[in-house]
Design a binder for this molecule. Sequence first.
Ligand code: 5GP
Length: 193
Amino acid sequence: MTRARGKLIVISAPSGCGKTTITRALLRRNPQYTFSVSATTRPRRRNEVYGKHYFFLTEEEFRRAIEKNELVEWETIYGDYYGTLKSVVDEALENGKVLLFDIDVNGGLSIKKHYPDDTVLIFIEPPGIEDLKKRLRRRNTEGSEQFKRRIERVPMELEKGKSFDYSVVNADLDKAIDEVDKIVQKEIYSVTN
Ligand code: 5GP
């Protein structure tokens, strides 16, 4: 099916709720979808590829992109800049692509504000705060400072998640992937544009 205009699907969640895993699973199941590659100043992790996972920029390059109005939205998260490039979004919309975003709640709300008719916001919830803490502790990429920073954002994230179009509880990863997959299919196939 070719769409006249693309669709923007934002998947947001507190850190540790599995949104990156869910986004990647959706892209594997639906290779016709496109991942929205963000810009960031955070250091590249092992296995991450420039232009595939992120456009890794210096702070100076990022600030220049802000000044030149090249970003739809940007946030500082855990001390680094993250932002969505206008060029990525506009290209996808013009070419009828389904663009998947793995971005934070504030970024998601900004995308919706800029492209209200094109955007679907999906929030991934943890089954509970204690479960989320357990998941974050299990990640060994974070030291205790990072853990604290991530936990501190959770109440704000849960509150903002309430205004998303859909909410999916990730108690069982496979079920959550199925549910998100169905929501996206419903959204992209039921609307004719
Ligand atoms: P990480 O460093 O773990 O890849 O991402 C940290 C947080 O930044 C995650 O919540 C991720 O979804 C979010 N993020 C990634 N790209 C963007 C973006 O372009 N805009 C916003 N607002 N958040 C982003």
